[in-house]
Design a protein around this ligand. Structure first.
Ligand SMILES: Nc1ncnc2c1ncn2[C@@H]1O[C@H](COP(=O)(O)OP(=O)(O)O)[C@@H](O)[C@H]1O
Ligand SMILES: Cc1ncc(COP(=O)(O)O)c(N)n1
Length: 497
């Protein structure tokens, strides 16, 4: 981190790639992927795609200077990554800027020829890039670029390349990140080489066509990491591990039909995804609306519900809660941390202690005892919950139990709003429980736990969570609606007095 802010401020000085795989576009993604604040000065506009370069336009060097100064006159640059320069004049202008404004970290990717084989640096600019190497802290050549920087033929073996890197490091007083992407074989090793030490970083070669912009992305990642890492080897090791994953995930992006880009955000698969609860809520809009129109719900809200129907509902609810408690206990058993474990264990206890008591009290006061087995609707809901508890993951169990918190709190709030004066309301005590802030807080916490659980389960796991949630919601609606359908139990007179 820099002294003033929460993120390092990293500048890319490079050419463009409108398809987003290489150049400043790739650099900015690499910066963001490593938590840095990214900035970019454009050296050349390149009309290219995954097949190759179609045209290059290099703006006047005065305009380049204006861009560089606009940044450095205003912003403290913690690190700079230099990529495509295109011409000698551009390379010299960047060197002059580095002399005036020396950011603490300077990474130079001596871009010369694209993976597609197209030249990105004029032949007469090679000397200017050699001069620029002296301004850099780290230079990141591939095998052919290393040969050009030394004025030697391209190395054909890794051992030759390491010896060349050592010569460059010594001659230019610079650390060299030698890249082995152009080697033949099963490995794609890199090495961090300075005048005295060589650290080789092994990596398997990924069999893929997604290698467009790998060099840009790697050097940008190293520039973003170096201000926050103790040395080059640590920063490069971390960047290379990330890049290998990005290369492996590249083809899934389906960008272009040539050599495609890498997936810079492969390590953050949930970035941009909606929280599970937002997604889940969107799927049950119709069910929630249907609930409001149920005769039972309308009657409960305006107090016109026959008392017998209400008591039958309470009897079923008590039977339901006894089983629901066990499923909450299962969520507690599977919970990944103590906080979630406690939340669901408390929920399980609360079902039995508080809510069952409320039921028993209400039914006893009614002077009628309701017996009889669980109804088909109650049994169906409970069977669904018990099946998920028996075979599902923690995330699925949380999704299945969520509607009893959330849908209840949601519908309850609307029933409460429509009920008016609770003192005169025949079900005032019951309806009043919906307004309980503790209940609303528990529903919010259950949503939060479902969102956290959804983060680690992947696409298929999330689909199973959604299915469990929607099924429970449908059972909630059927549960409310069941009393109207058929008599559920036989009232038994309780001796009073
Ligand atoms: N097929 C691959 N599998 C794994 N890593 C690769 C692959 N191709 C390139 N790399 C890595 O990508 C980075 C860029 O390498 P390279 O292709 O040599 O540079 P450039 O993109 O500048 O030509 C290096 O870390 C290299 O090891
Ligand atoms: C603007 C710009 N800069 C650099 C490269 C090299 O990319 P590659 O890693 O594919 O060689 C490129 N194609 N375009």
């Amino acid at each position: 981190m820099n002294a003033a802010g929460s993120r390092v401020r990293v500048l890319s000085v490079a050419g463009t790639d409108p398809t987003g795989g290489a150049g400043v576009q790739a650099d900015l993604k690499s910066f963001a992927a490593h938590g840095a604040y990214g900035m970019a000065v454009v050296t050349a506009l390149v009309a290219q795609n995954t097949h190759g370069v179609r045209a290059v336009h290099v703006p006047d060097v005065e305009f380049l200077r204006a861009q560089l100064e606009a940044v450095s006159d205003d912003v403290t640059v913690d690190a700079v990554k230099i990529g495509m320069l295109g011409t000698r004049t551009v390379a010299d202008e960047v060197a002059a800027w580095l002399t005036r404004t020396r950011p603490p970290v300077v990474v130079l990717d001596p871009v010369m020829v694209a993976t597609s084989g197209d030249r990105l640096l004029d032949a007469d600019a090679e000397d200017a890039v050699r001069r620029l190497v002296r301004h850099a802290d780290l230079v990141t050549p591939n095998l052919p670029e290393l040969g050009v920087l030394l004025g030697e033929p391209t190395a054909t073996t890794w051992a030759q390349a390491l010896a060349q890197a050592r010569r460059l490091a010594t001659a230019s007083q610079v650390t060299v990140l030698l890249k082995g992407g152009h080697l033949a074989g099963d490995a794609s090793p890199d090495a961090v080489v300075d005048a005295t030490t060589v650290t080789e970083l092994d990596a398997v070669r990924v069999s893929t066509t997604s290698t467009h912009g790998t060099g840009c992305s790697l050097s940008a990642a190293v520039a973003a990491l170096r201000p926050r890492r103790p040395d080059w080897v640590t920063a490069v090791r971390e960047a290379k591990e990330w890049l290998t994953g990005a290369i492996a995930a590249g083809e899934a992006l389906a960008v272009g039909s040539g050599r495609g880009p890498v997936d810079h955000l492969h390590h953050a698969p949930t970035l941009g995804a909606r929280p599970f609860s937002a997604d889940a809520w969107g799927r049950v809009v119709d069910l929630r609306a249907a609930c409001d129109d149920l005769p039972f719900v309308r009657g409960l809200a305006d107090g016109t519900l026959p008392v017998e129907e209400f008591e039958q509902y309470l009897h079923q609810d008590a039977l339901y809660l006894a089983q629901y408690s066990r499923v909450l206990a299962r969520a507690s058993q599977l919970a990944p941390d103590a906080a979630a474990q406690v939340f669901f264990a408390r929920g399980a206890a609360r079902c039995l202690e508080v809510e069952s008591l409320l039921h028993a009290d209400r039914l006893a006061r009614a002077g009628t005892r309701w017996s009889g087995p669980a109804s088909p609707a109650t049994t169906a809901y409970v069977d669904h919950l018990l099946a998920v508890a028996a075979t599902g993951s923690y995330a699925e169990v949380v999704a299945a139990v969520l509607p009893c918190y959330w849908l209840y709190a949601d519908i309850g709030a609307r029933i409460l709003a429509r009920a008016g004066d609770l003192a005169a309301h025949p079900y005032g005590d019951w309806v009043g429980t919906y307004g309980d802030p503790e209940f609303a807080a528990a529903a919010a916490r259950a949503c939060e736990l479902a969102d956290v659980a959804a983060r680690d389960v992947g696409g298929a796991g999330r689909a199973r969570m959604l299915a469990a949630f929607v099924t429970s919601c449908a059972h909630e609606v059927a549960f409310f609606d069941q009393v109207r359908v058929r008599p559920l139990a036989t009232p038994v007179a309780v001796p009073t007095g």
